[in-house]
Design a protein around this ligand. Structure first.
Ligand SMILES: [Cu+2]
Length: 146
């Protein structure tokens, strides 16, 4: 019985010594936690050849995405469902003069992004953002915010 108590006592001392060592060695290296203002790295998407590149992007909440129009014509970044392209016009028919552009679902709408210009948006809400070009509704892409 007495031996058992001594063994427990020794074990306790050993444990305390270990804890002491551990805290002594880790205490000086403790540094302040990383700044909470650190924001996710920005993401770049190019608009080139009538396509968004990359077309599928996953980003963290708070990420700023910048689209750069590398085509010589205007494009838009518009969230929502693209309007139907409609049937081809009969030969000889003139297209509707300057149709107004779809504004999508209103969450993001860049308006016309001129050639070589950029458009940026910061995603502060999680969710899936499907977007298209209102000038060329077949240009579609998706951003998933997590
Ligand atoms: Cu376009």
């Amino acid at each position: 019985m007495r031996l058992a108590i001594r063994a427990v006592g020794l074990g306790l001392i050993a444990a305390l010594a270990l804890v002491g060592c551990a805290s002594a060695s880790s205490a000086p290296s403790a540094s302040p936690s990383p700044s909470p203002t650190a924001s996710p790295k920005p993401v770049a998407i190019s608009i080139k050849g009538f396509a968004f590149n990359p077309a599928t992007v996953d980003v963290a909440k708070g990420t700023t995405v910048t689209w750069t129009n590398e085509d010589p014509i205007n494009h838009t970044v518009t969230t929502g469902t693209p309007p139907p392209s409609g049937p081809p016009l009969p030969s000889g028919a003139s297209p509707t003069p300057s149709p107004s552009l779809s504004t999508g679902d209103g969450r993001i709408n860049s308006g016309r992004i001129q050639a070589t210009s950029t458009f940026s948006f910061t995603f502060n809400e999680v969710g899936t953002f499907t977007y298209f070009c209102a000038v060329h509704p077949r240009m579609v892409a998706t951003i998933t915010v997590k």
